[in-house]
Design a protein around this ligand. Structure first.
Ligand SMILES: *Cc1c(COP(=O)(O)O)cnc(C)c1O
Ligand code: SF4
Length: 333
């Protein structure tokens, strides 16, 4: 099914791309040829977006669906009842530093606080990473915890974004986990393939593909414009080398709250070798209320999506509940 010509894509050095990031609104406005209110600083969560992602935005369009995901706005400063700093209460599912254990068979390790892009709706934007990032010494405690919980068979590397780490750090962590016989699957949750796809380098994919464990990469794309030819190339290659690729999307007002947009996203994901996994309703995090759509609208969009797409291309519509040991399906009736 590969329909991207491999020789079209020049192998890029992802470390250079990592450095090529826009971090202030005025620069972004100039590149995109739009007018922005750059006089105000809106929050402590700064603008950060790789040039690679900026290139996928439409010039002259202040409502570009990719721009809206990363641009700090005045709306963030408005306090809305019910929108809080830690909507998932992850701090309380934190048995030992460096581990979030809410679901029986899998643990989530926030191995870095760094992301390559700052998404305005992110539920981890107020998360206290300094409290939770494991030091070398903490790793032994974490390993002990996993060994003591014999029903844990999957480890999810998350963050932040695990692919913002160097190969050296990442490979070291993989090795530690592969040394535990109980671990069958290693999963990475990452948005990097949408913003710096060349991070899926041949070295990285070869390392993952040769793991003793099953390796799953769950990417995070919200809009079809995020998947250009380049992202498609790197994802297809990873898939062809044996990595299972899934996608999660957050339903966002003015960005993807239409069945047609989600269907188009599905089509592009499928072309790239990625299966839709979850469609999340927004976690009610402080500063993100302007992205929120209510359950009735979500369900309405979902019914339309069901009618448009092959069954295997319809993600599960879910909500994260602080006290539930799984992602909770939204009631469709
Ligand atoms: C989402 C999540 C997982 C993974 O859940 P799956 O349904 O297996 O994708 C694991 N741990 C935590 C804390 C999560 O939020
Ligand atoms: S954790 Fe994911 S959603 Fe949140 S800012 Fe980082 S890349 Fe964006």
């Amino acid at each position: 099914m590969s329909n991207v010509s491999n020789n079209l894509i020049v192998q890029k050095d992802w470390k250079q791309s990592f450095a090529n990031t826009v971090q202030d609104s005025q620069t972004l406005a100039d590149i995109l040829q739009i007018k922005l209110d750059t006089s105000q600083k809106f929050s402590n969560f700064p603008l950060k977006v790789p040039m690679n992602f900026v290139k996928k935005m439409q010039k002259g369009n202040p409502n570009d669906p990719l721009l809206l995901q990363i641009l700090p706005t005045f709306a963030e400063t408005i306090q809305v009842a019910g929108f809080v700093n830690d909507p998932l209460q992850e701090q309380s599912a934190n048995p030992t530093k460096g581990i979030i254990h809410k679901y029986q068979s899998r643990v989530l390790l926030p191995i870095t606080g760094a992301c390559m892009v700052n998404c305005r709706y992110c539920f981890r934007q107020h998360f206290d990473y300094h409290e939770n990032l494991p030091s070398q010494d903490d790793w032994q405690t974490m390993i002990d915890y996993i060994v003591k919980h014999a029903d844990v068979n999957e480890v999810i590397l998350s963050g932040g974004d695990p692919l913002s780490l160097s190969d050296r750090r990442l490979f070291d962590i993989l090795q530690k986990l592969e040394n535990l016989p109980q671990i069958k699957t290693i999963r990475l949750h990452t948005r990097v393939p949408m913003v710096i796809p060349e991070r899926l380098s041949i070295e990285l994919i070869e390392r993952l593909a040769s793991s003793r464990c099953q390796v799953v990469i769950v990417i995070h794309a919200n809009h079809p414009n995020e998947i250009d030819e380049e992202s498609c190339f790197y994802l297809q290659r990873a898939k062809n080398m044996g990595i299972t690729l899934l996608n999660q999307t957050v339903l966002l007002k003015n960005i993807n709250n239409h069945a047609d947009i989600l269907a188009k996203l599905n089509e592009k994901l499928w072309q790239a070798g990625v299966l839709p996994y979850y469609l999340h309703v927004l976690d009610k995090v402080a500063g993100a209320s302007h992205f929120y759509i209510d359950d009735d609208e979500a369900v309405n969009i979902y019914w339309q999506l069901l009618a448009k797409c092959s069954g295997y291309l319809v993600p599960k519509l879910v909500r994260e509940m602080p006290d539930k040991p799984f992602k909770t399906p939204i009631d469709l009736y």
